[in-house]
Design a protein around this ligand. Structure first.
Ligand SMILES: Cc1cc2nc3c(=O)[nH]c(=O)nc-3n(C[C@H](O)[C@H](O)[C@H](O)COP(=O)(O)O)c2cc1C
Length: 375
């Protein structure tokens, strides 16, 4: 792991943190990337889709693999395979709220099984030649906040870093992340604490770090919406890309997908699983200049409530802008196909403008919902 930790780290993101997307993030300056969560047991059994999650791109200089495990032996065996595949560190998921994961004793369930969690972390520390980190939520539910206790056990077991996404398993994304809990862990622990939750701008990253004292900020949905967030953090300024510039970014991502999945029917099929989903995040981008954010905020509105805020120039949108902001899943599928077929960004712009001309504007309430269940 990098020492000292950089200002920002890419969060583990199931489906979103695929290799082509991480490669794009690296190009925008992400110094540490993380895999999607892989089930340790399946990795050990040799499941192909699960093993594929461990693959890293050569440009990822510090790549961590996140595993979900309920048993120490699975965690160690899967961690070893991850290291053979180039992982610079291995992270244990202790926050995933989804039913299928928790009912099998993994993810957020470990918050309720502190002794088991500590045994897993200790075994990983003992059995792996790379640093071990743990990603936590605040606790199972609001009256069971135990992240401070869990972080202590992780540190005692030898974890090199703890990330806290300060929401409970039950809260999912319904409330703002409680960054005061990150500050508390920083006070109480001597290992680096990484804070995570609701950071969408470089200035929030700066403020959250300054206020909580955390070693680094982990970025999830902010990067899914604007993969250039890492560059904004490095340069400490907001980039308000034109619609054409955004098309350029998405076209580069799709070129990475083509290279990774293959420029043939098989590749197209694989990409058709990821790309419309990514457009479900890309379409949420709105310009939010710092001055406007400062004027109305300091209250840190939830990411979901920022979608149509001030400063988004929503008045008269160009056809290209309108189609990029379209929230409908059917349109995201069309965008994915057009981008895949376009030889370059200019051709993509032209195809998108044609699509915009023949696509009626969405009716009120016709927004597509993007599932954000993990955590
Ligand atoms: C689509 C999606 C997939 C996620 N997958 C994972 C995962 O595999 N492992 C994990 O620990 N957290 C996962 N999370 C949670 C994020 O890593 C992060 O903790 C959470 O989204 C809060 O950060 P944010 O407000 O910057 O998005 C996921 C979140 C999203 C939106």
């Amino acid at each position: 792991m990098l020492k000292p930790l950089p200002d920002a780290i890419l969060a583990p993101l199931t489906k979103g943190g695929n290799l082509p997307f991480r490669r794009l993030c690296v190009e925008f300056g992400a110094p540490i990337t993380m895999s999607e969560m892989a089930y340790a047991r399946q990795v050990v059994r040799g499941s192909r889709p699960e093993r594929a999650l461990l693959r890293k791109h050569p440009s990822e200089s510090c790549f961590g693999v996140q595993i979900a495990a309920s048993k120490p032996e699975d965690a160690v065996a899967a961690g070893r395979i991850a290291v053979e595949n180039g992982a610079a560190f291995v992270d244990l998921n202790c926050g995933c709220p989804i039913h299928d994961v928790v009912r099998r004793g993994m993810g957020a369930t470990l918050l309720q099984r502190p002794a088991a969690l500590q045994r897993i972390v200790a075994a990983m520390v003992e059995g792996l030649p790379v640093p071990v980190s743990v990603k936590l939520r605040s606790g199972w539910k609001e009256d069971e906040i135990n992240a401070p206790e869990i972080a202590r056990l992780c540190e005692e077991a030898g974890a090199a870093m703890v990330t806290l996404h300060p929401r409970t398993r039950e809260q999912r994304y319904t409330k703002a992340a409680d960054w005061s809990l990150v500050a508390r862990l920083v006070q109480e622990r001597s290992i680096p604490i990484v804070g995570n939750g609701d950071v969408l701008t470089w200035h929030e990253a700066r403020d959250r770090r300054a206020e909580s004292g955390c070693a680094s900020v982990m970025l999830g949905r902010g990067v899914l919406i604007k993969p250039w967030l890492f560059r904004e953090i490095v340069e400490q300024r907001t980039w308000l890309p034109t619609a054409e510039e955004r098309v350029g970014v998405y076209a580069r991502f799709i070129a990475h997908c083509r290279e990774h999945f293959g420029d043939d029917e098989k590749g197209r099929k694989k990409a058709s699983y990821f790309l419309p989903w990514h457009f479900g995040f890309f379409c949420r981008w709105r310009p939010l200049p710092e001055a406007i954010f400062e004027a109305r905020a300091k209250t840190y509105p939830l990411m979901q409530t920022r979608i149509d805020g001030e400063g988004d120039g929503a008045g008269e949108l160009s056809p290209l802008e309108r189609i990029l902001r379209d929230p409908r899943e059917a349109v995201h599928k069309q965008l994915a196909t057009l981008f895949w077929d376009a030889p370059d960004a200019a051709a993509a712009c032209a195809a998108l403008e044609r699509l915009a001309a023949e696509t009626p504007a969405p009716l009120d309430g016709e927004a597509g919902e993007v599932a954000v269940a993990h955590g």
